[in-house]
Write a new protein. Structure first.
Length: 157
């Protein structure tokens, strides 16, 4: 019998599209204090590394068995129920770059002047006010701005 506090965790190897994928099996047994809990709440309370939404998704995808039967997330736990949770590795989504048309909706003339000035300047001085209404002056080096701006502009056009 599997202890409630120390779930039996086993790794099995499953071949999927000729790639080896590790599935983690976790087994739990309901105790007296678990009687009447929904299955998804029972499992998410035992698996601190999985959110309740993830547990619900695993149940809906057929990765949870009660005894020898597939389980529903709304199942109410009874004393001695044995739940087996299969946790497949997370799917990796690859971002594929795409050429998307970008329409400039708004261009501020002052912003265009500022960028022109920044391209010519070696440093930028900003005079402002602090939260305590004290005047503050900040200096920023503009070295490399023109090159960075031109590179960004070229890659965006």
């Amino acid at each position: 019998m599997v202890s409630r506090k120390n779930p039996k965790i086993a790794l099995i190897m499953q071949s999927q599209m000729s790639n080896k994928v590790q599935l983690e099996l976790r087994e739990f047994v309901a105790g007296h204090t678990d009687v009447g809990l929904r299955l998804d709440i029972f499992l998410s309370s035992r698996c601190s590394d999985l959110s309740r939404a993830r547990v619900q998704s695993l149940i809906d995808d057929g990765n949870v068995m009660l005894g020898q039967q597939l389980a529903k997330r709304s199942y109410k736990m009874q004393f001695g129920d044995e739940a087996t949770l299969r946790v497949p590795p997370p799917e990796i989504a690859l971002a594929i770059p795409q050429d998307l048309p970008i329409n400039v909706v708004y261009e501020d003339k002052d912003e265009i002047k500022l960028i022109g000035t920044m391209k010519k300047a070696s440093r930028l001085m900003i005079i402002g006010m602090t939260d305590k209404n004290d005047q503050t002056t900040d200096h920023y080096s503009m070295m490399g701005f023109t090159k960075a701006y031109n590179t960004a502009k070229k890659s965006c056009s």
